[in-house]
Write a protein that binds this ligand. Structure first.
Ligand SMILES: [Zn+2]
Ligand SMILES: [Zn+2]
Length: 160
């Protein structure tokens, strides 16, 4: 995180330490956290002007979906990424690559980007790890332009 986020988006990253997720927001039948509740927890803990990013070794869902790899709450300035399913059916190097993609994807949502129809764009929606593998870690031209309008300059390495 401290390495690729500044490289991709030019932001400074400060590690805020660990956050214990209370059992109350664990759905004990599903063994999954309610993603919105986790996002609210991060919002409560972060400093006001910062964007909060939580990467959790957990599985999570939102009502209506079996699971989510992450959830962004733009109104709270929070991005969350849940690692449990990203780790499935792959090796270490590709797992790390998936985490990079999902972190940039959720941060993109925090900055107001919607899902992108370009399957290679990091902002395309992924319903499975295979779809995560299909997309790249880079933003397409249209998404780069939208970020640019917000004053966020995506480095060439992270642009298609
Ligand atoms: Zn998304
Ligand atoms: Zn795009």
């Amino acid at each position: 995180m401290e390495e690729f986020i500044p490289r991709a988006l030019g932001f400074e990253v400060r590690l805020a330490g660990h956050l214990a997720i209370p059992e109350e927001i664990l759905d004990s039948t599903r063994r999954q956290y309610l993603a919105e509740a986790v996002a609210r927890l991060v919002a409560y803990r972060k400093s006001e002007r910062a964007i909060g990013l939580l990467v959790a070794d957990a599985d999570a869902y939102v009502p209506g979906l079996n699971f989510v790899f992450g959830l962004a709450a733009p109104s709270l300035g929070v991005a969350t990424v849940f690692l449990r399913r990203l780790r499935q059916w792959t090796d270490r190097a590709n797992y790390v690559e998936r985490v990079v993609k999902e972190v940039l994807h959720e941060l993109g949502h925090v900055f107001g980007l919607k899902h992108c129809r370009n399957r290679k764009c990091v902002m395309s929606f992924s319903n499975s790890v295979f779809e995560v593998d299909v997309k790249s870690r880079a933003f397409c031209r249209s998404c780069v332009r939208k970020l640019g309008e917000l004053g966020i300059e995506v480095s060439g390495e992270f642009a298609i």
